[in-house]
Design a protein around this ligand. Structure first.
Ligand SMILES: NC(=O)c1ccc[n+]([C@@H]2O[C@H](COP(=O)([O-])OP(=O)(O)OC[C@H]3O[C@@H](n4cnc5c(N)ncnc54)[C@H](OP(=O)(O)O)[C@@H]3O)[C@@H](O)[C@H]2O)c1
Length: 377
């Protein structure tokens, strides 16, 4: 299919499918109630991970408060938020809405600086039974060692620049690592849980990084697969993280966990083939396994694939057995891919966003046919 054809078919589909289909409203969500009801405070809660936590927590019979600046509005499960106590403040300089209040557990989604975590933990430590901090496998950066588990020593300082100065702001992984330490230092190990997700994907993602495969595989034809077939990939459905975190609160499970899927090691070719099962389409797969060719064509990643070289050599080789033993469950890849596709064409996504993605440089579908022709030449 040519780029123009694919664009026309995409827009046509979005006009048909996007016309008023509600996505993930509360009526679609049901699950068994927990044995006892918790009062849960979510720092954040309205962007990507948060609404999935809210939906699952309410379905399990818990009470939920969120704490945000009131700027980010949930794009899914919006109808559920009238059951949520939505506290307003700012983690930079105004935590007053949290003062003198008690919760069973606080989930810290919105950490952006170690100091934010320190101050909210200090304020809440005598008034909550558990502090769950959402970290990231980014704490293992640079990813040069394979099969790292939660006990692997992480870095707490960025390297100095060429003039011997530290960076003005901590890099993402360092910020997360320092925030973990603040959580544990303030709360103590008996009240601290650290969850380190890898790349999360699913409905309500505000990045466009997991769109390529659902959109491409929804169409038939020859599919370009960048990378060596066995190049490792790791990813997790945001709902698997969200729901497991609520269960960690129910079971009062403390400790540090890598929230990483899939269950078994997987290469990029198997990933693409598995994702293609979401659609009833005929595909052939052409693996482009020459890194130099890929670099010449600006293809350094197609998430979840990241060229496994240098600081990313082992970014998709993180151990997940501790989390699996602690109850993390992973839904089938094809379900995630289909749900992302359905969400993308629902009213939860604006037509403007869809169009911007189509027109933007991240849309690999625009370049696929040309790169395949070059590769074969
Ligand atoms: N996406 C991934 O693949 C991935 C992977 C690993 C780890 N993580 C981590 O997962 C966590 C979850 O992210 P999310 O965006 O999905 O969470 P979320 O809880 O759904 O949304 C982030 C929240 O932070 C609030 N917020 C932002 N600045 C604030 C401030 N100054 N004061 C108070 N609230 C503030 C936002 O609301 P307002 O704007 O209204 O304030 C929003 O509700 C993050 O810590 C992220 O680093 C993500």
């Amino acid at each position: 299919m040519t780029t123009d054809q694919s664009k026309r078919s995409f827009i046509k589909k979005s006009l048909v499918l996007g016309a008023g289909i509600p996505f993930l409203s509360s009526s679609l969500f049901s699950c068994e109630k927990a044995d006892s009801s918790l009062n849960i405070l979510i720092l954040g809660g309205t962007s990507f991970l948060g609404p999935h936590q809210v939906a699952y927590a309410l379905a399990r019979g818990h009470k939920v408060s969120t704490f945000t600046r009131g700027k980010t509005k949930p794009t899914i499960y919006a109808d559920l938020f009238n059951q949520v106590e939505m506290l307003v403040g700012d983690r930079v300089d105004n935590l007053s809405a949290l003062e003198g209040r008690k919760w069973d557990v606080v989930i810290d989604n919105s950490g952006r600086a170690a100091d934010w975590t320190k101050r909210s933990a200090e304020l809440l430590k005598d008034n909550v039974g558990q502090y769950i901090y959402v970290s990231s496998t980014g704490v293992y950066y640079p990813h040069t060692t394979a099969n790292v588990d939660e006990d692997f020593p992480v870095l707490y300082e960025d390297p100095l620049d060429e003039n011997g100065n530290p960076p003005e702001k901590d890099s993402f992984g360092i910020m997360k690592a320092k925030s973990e330490v603040e959580t544990i230092n303030v709360m103590g190990e008996s009240k601290a849980t650290i969850v380190r997700p890898t790349y999360m994907k699913g409905p309500a993602d505000r990045t466009d990084r997991f769109l390529h495969w659902p959109l491409r595989l929804s169409q038939a034809g020859e599919v370009m697969v960048p990378g060596k077939a066995e190049d490792p990939v790791q990813y997790i459905d945001v709902r698997d993280v969200a729901e497991w975190m609520i269960r960690l609160a129910e079971s009062k499970t403390m400790g540090t966990f890598n929230a990483v899927g899939p269950q078994e090691a997987e290469g990029i070719l198997d990933y693409v083939k598995g994702a293609s099962e979401a659609f009833d389409q005929e595909h052939t797969f052409t693996v482009i396994d020459d890194y130099d060719f890929l670099k010449e064509n600006g293809l350094f990643y197609t998430i979840p694939w990241i060229m496994p070289e240098n600081d990313y050599a082992a970014s998709a080789l993180v151990e997940n057995s501790r989390a699996l033993n602690a109850g993390l469950t992973l839904r089938p890849l094809k379900d995630t891919v289909k749900d992302i596709y359905d969400w993308w064409y629902s009213e939860a996504v604006t037509e403007e966003r869809r169009q911007n993605y189509l027109d933007g440089n991240e849309n690999l579908m625009k370049r696929e046919a040309d790169i395949l022709t070059l590769w074969k030449a």
